[in-house]
Design a protein around this ligand. Structure first.
Ligand SMILES: Cc1ncc(COP(=O)(O)O)c(C=O)c1O
Length: 341
């Protein structure tokens, strides 16, 4: 079975399991877990921020960060296709009392002037804009990256307007490798970032919120309130540190394999390979007689798993547990199905 549904399906490697086995641990709710403390300090330093906080999932890390910026009744601006809007099951509203207004689905092709024009100042009786969230890389945008110049323009906007800037950086490592931008340069653009260790990097669990010492102290309280305070969690932090030390540079292989899939399937009119920047390939089936669930079901019959994201959009993701032979098999199966459609 070649599983290309997500880069979260990876299993911990032998080396990672050994790191987990020998991790020193303590009760992290008391701040006593040396492996967690060390991971948090390390990740903060990678992004040039003062502090970081380990969280169980990317969704919780995002939602904690949004609550840091936006009080109940305040407004978040984000893309209509942002993960925080579309795939966190209404958490901003349900858990944070946050009102969300969106710009049209443009993936990573952000228009800073358009975002600037959406900002509403504080003052009765409007809903004040308190934060902007952007995604790097952009999942529904097909793993595309937001250029550093755009992020810097957003930083200027954030400073001029006093509106906080958050990065959903679940796959920021992929952008770093694809665009050659340092993590510190990304870090300098944002007030807070959430970053994931379990998407493409191979850790079984774990995300971090990155920000100032003051914000992260508050984040710790919100995490506990949300039920995310964990105890001897150094076992997981050790997996995360192993992933950071061993699995970032190799993302270039995943990107090359995704490009190969895109180039092979381009003749069927479902993907433009020049848009494939990282490890995600979106297949646009709008001109095909197949819909995404049918394509996924038929591919599964031939031992290739892909995700149906929308009725006419399927997604292929390369990752640590898929090699060249697996990619060849996927190309053969998907080409066969698309040729007959
Ligand atoms: C861009 C993005 N942000 C956040 C998340 C949420 O991560 P989790 O599944 O760990 O909650 C995901 C999950 O795939 C994602 O793709």
């Amino acid at each position: 079975m070649v599983d290309l549904r997500s880069d979260t399906v990876t299993k911990p490697t032998h080396g990672m399991r050994e790191a987990m086995f020998s991790a020193e641990v303590g009760d992290d709710v008391f701040g006593d877990d040396p492996t967690v403390n060390s991971l948090e300090a390390y990740v903060a330093s990678l992004f040039g921020h003062e502090a970081a906080l380990f969280a169980p999932s990317g969704s919780m890390a995002n939602q904690i960060a949004l609550q840091l910026h936006v009080p109940p009744g305040g407004e978040l601006l984000a893309g209509a296709d942002a993960h925080v809007v579309t795939y966190e099951v209404g958490a901003a509203a349900a858990l944070g009392g946050i009102s969300t207004r969106t710009w049209p689905s443009v993936g990573a092709d952000l228009d800073v002037d358009q975002i600037a024009a959406m900002i509403r100042p504080a003052g009765y009786p409007s809903v004040p804009t308190r934060a902007i969230a952007v995604e790097q890389t952009h999942n529904l945008g097909g793993g595309t990256t937001v250029p550093l110049a755009t992020l810097r323009a957003l930083r200027d906007l954030s400073e001029k307007s006093g509106v906080g800037l958050h990065c959903d950086g679940a796959r920021i490592w992929h952008a770093h490798v694809a665009d050659g931008v340092s993590l510190a340069d990304y870090g300098a653009c944002f007030d807070t970032l959430s970053v994931c260790l379990s998407k493409g990097l191979g850790a079984p669990v774990g995300s971090l919120i990155v920000g100032s010492r003051e914000r992260i102290a508050q984040a710790r309280v919100i995490r506990k309130r949300m039920g995310g305070g964990m105890r001897q969690v150094g076992i997981l932090a050790a997996a995360g540190r192993y992933a950071l030390d061993n699995h970032i540079a190799r993302l270039a292989d995943d990107h090359a394999r995704a490009k190969r899939v895109a180039e092979a399937l381009a003749p069927f009119g479902v993907v433009d390979p020049s848009r494939v920047r990282t490890n995600l390939v979106l297949l646009d089936l709008s001109k095909s007689s197949l819909d995404a669930p049918t394509l996924a079901a038929r591919a599964a019959e031939q031992n290739v798993l892909i995700a149906a994201m929308l009725p006419k959009i399927a997604r292929v993701i390369t990752h640590l547990d898929v090699d060249d032979a697996g990619v060849d098999q996927a190309i053969e199966v998907l080409s066969g199905l698309l040729a007959g459609s």
